[in-house]
Design a binder for this molecule. Sequence first.
Ligand SMILES: C[S@@+](CC[C@H](N)C(=O)[O-])C[C@H]1O[C@@H](n2cnc3c(N)ncnc32)[C@H](O)[C@@H]1O
Length: 190
Amino acid sequence: MRDYWDAQADNARMVTATTPRIILASFNAVGDFLKDAEEAGIVLDVGPGCGTMVKRLENVCTVEVVDISSKVLAKIDLPEDRKHLNKDLPKERYSLAFSHLVFQHIPEPMDFLFMVYNALKPNGIFYMQFNANMNMKKKEKILKAERGEMVYTTCEVSDMFMNCGFVDIETKYDENRLWGYIKARKQNDR
Ligand SMILES: C[S@@+](CC[C@H](N)C(=O)[O-])C[C@H]1O[C@@H](n2cnc3c(N)ncnc32)[C@H](O)[C@@H]1O
């Protein structure tokens, strides 16, 4: 997967499919994202693409980014110490993390969730958008997965978050876009 995203790093359209307005609308479906970001201080953008949200959040909080691709990170206009590769992501540093248009590309979702979970401080919050379909048959999902696109129901994603240790899980399903949104909190004692 790293090679794929390295190759996409020069393709701004591929790594930025959405505007800040759409991303904020996604997260505000399950919470008050900008208020949480302001209170958090340092916020982690997981899979930033070309950094759309980095610019949008400039006056709200301090943003750091984590990505699987060093080529994607190289394109983002932030000081080097605010850009992290997955393997170097600091532990228990962030009160808030968010991720948009990333989860559908992840073949090992639990590894990804544990990475974010470990980066959060106790009580830290994670907002995530994911590709959802409440009616898709298992067979169709497998075919999609074989083509590299993971699709879930909100229950499936909630279960994964719960198994990771997240609590206070809220989800919302947008049946027009076939997107799901989730907000969850890391437990205080894990
Ligand atoms: C489609 S872009 C999304 C960009 C932006 N968040 C948006 O909503 O427009 C996917 C991003 O996720 C990153 N990515 C893919 N797999 C990842 C992984 N396992 N861990 C961290 N980042 C990953 C890609 O390198 C890319 O920056």
